[in-house]
Design a binder for this molecule. Structure first.
Ligand SMILES: NC(=O)c1ccc[n+]([C@@H]2O[C@H](COP(=O)([O-])OP(=O)(O)OC[C@H]3O[C@@H](n4cnc5c(N)ncnc54)[C@H](OP(=O)(O)O)[C@@H]3O)[C@@H](O)[C@H]2O)c1
Length: 355
């Protein structure tokens, strides 16, 4: 069976490398082109890329020549791991020229006609694509993945919002260094230390989950009405973001009912059958000292969110700990999952013919 040819923008960075790693084994997509900055253009991928992952660089990627992003139009499906300031205009131009762009960058996440997608929680948000295609007068469009911390938070909040209604959310994050890209935070700033500020992160965490859990209406997504207060910290962990979350619920519940809601949360049949879907989006741990990044981030190939320590909160109603893998569920894995959903929903008719 042939696979759909795809390109990766920002392929030499941390998230770009995850794309190359995951797509090497993907049943539907195959990386045929890579792009990065002027510093990498014209070199082979193996020369240009400081490979950071524990598995070897996939053989077929090694000899690909790194292109400038503007030359990626031969790939009708693109995965973007560009820095946000670069991604804004580049992704816009590529989509206007007919490409489908699945992006990890923040530039277009809150655009009214851009779906901010997590297949298990809002696969109906692709309804926005009709309006976006019309605006561009063509077949191209952008679909965004959420910020890594917002992704795992929204997955954990979804069952609680559906079953009890959310009124208030307080979240304090402990975010891994790989979330800052490569080379990222200097070692002397992060070793033996905690940085209590990540530029732009708290705004993203206070806005994106409300769009993710919002409802389609009038050509845009109406944000979910609950409030979020976020405090974000960078900690000396390699991969995996940990979040301490407290919630106030609209309908009163017991801890057992909250745990049952989290445990019984399932993807729709359409989403559950996608290659990248974990068996369950949320795994609830009963152990007192879990989740932990080093022990839980790779569960279900890094695509499941682990929740633990669910207990009553004396200020709000309940508190718990959420852990997710920032470059898998929170970045490349999530974007590939979004592209799978687009195929399953028939949004890529020309490309599906090659499957
Ligand atoms: N890291 C995470 O956990 C995470 C999670 C969710 C979302 N994101 C988002 O994903 C994106 C990538 O993050 P990252 O952590 O992978 O960053 P990164 O390690 O710094 O990688 C950046 C990539 O973009 C390329 N690039 C930089 N400037 C460019 C330009 N002017 N033109 C073309 N390419 C350019 C770099 O190429 P060179 O190697 O040639 O410089 C590199 O391939 C960002 O928007 C980030 O916010 C990251």
């Amino acid at each position: 069976m042939s696979r759909i040819p795809v390109g990766v923008l920002g392929a030499t960075g941390i998230v770009g490398q995850r794309f190359v790693q995951l797509l090497a084994e993907h049943p539907w997509f195959e990386v045929t082109a890579v792009a990065a900055s002027d510093a990498s253009v014209g070199r082979s991928y193996i020369e240009a890329c400081h490979w950071l992952l524990p598995t070897p660089m996939p053989e077929p990627a090694r000899d690909l020549t790194v292109h400038p992003v503007e030359q990626m139009l031969d790939c009708p499906l693109l995965f973007s791991a560009l820095p946000s300031d670069v991604a804004g205009p580049v992704e816009e131009d590529l989509a206007d020229s007919g490409a489908v762009v699945c992006t990890n960058a923040s530039a277009h996440r809150l655009d009214p006609d851009v779906p901010l997608l997590i297949p298990e929680i809002n696969s109906n948000h692709t309804v926005l694509l009709d309006a976006q295609r019309q605006r561009r007068s063509g077949r191209g469009f952008i679909v965004a993945s959420a910020n890594c911390s917002a992704t795992q938070l929204a997955v954990a909040l979804k069952p609680l919002h559906d079953v009890f209604g959310l009124l208030k959310v307080s979240v304090v994050t402990m975010q891994a260094v790989s979330g800052a890209g490569y080379p990222g935070v200097p070692s002397l700033d992060i070793l033996d230390n905690v940085l209590p500020f990540i530029p732009g992160e708290e705004d993203k965490l206070e806005s994106e989950p409300r769009k993710l859990l919002g409802a389609p209406g009038h050509g845009r997504i109406e944000d979910a009405p609950f409030e979020i207060s976020a405090q974000c910290n960078r900690v000396p962990v390699r991969d995996g973001h940990t979040e301490c979350v407290s919630v106030e619920l609209e309908d009163k519940a017991t801890a057992e009912e909250v745990i049952a809601a989290l445990r019984s949360f399932e993807a729709s049949l359409e989403v559950a059958s996608l290659p990248g879907s974990p068996p369950r989006p949320v795994l609830v741990s009963d152990e007192d000292d879990r989740p932990q990044p080093i022990r839980d981030r790779d569960t279900e190939a890094g695509m499941c969110v682990t929740v633990g320590r669910v207990r009553p909160c004396p200020l709000l109603d309940f508190k718990f700990v959420v852990l997710g893998h920032n470059t898998l569920r929170g970045a490349a894995g999530g974007s590939i999952h979004n592209a799978e959903l687009l195929v399953a929903q028939g949004h890529l008719p020309d490309l599906e013919a090659s499957l």
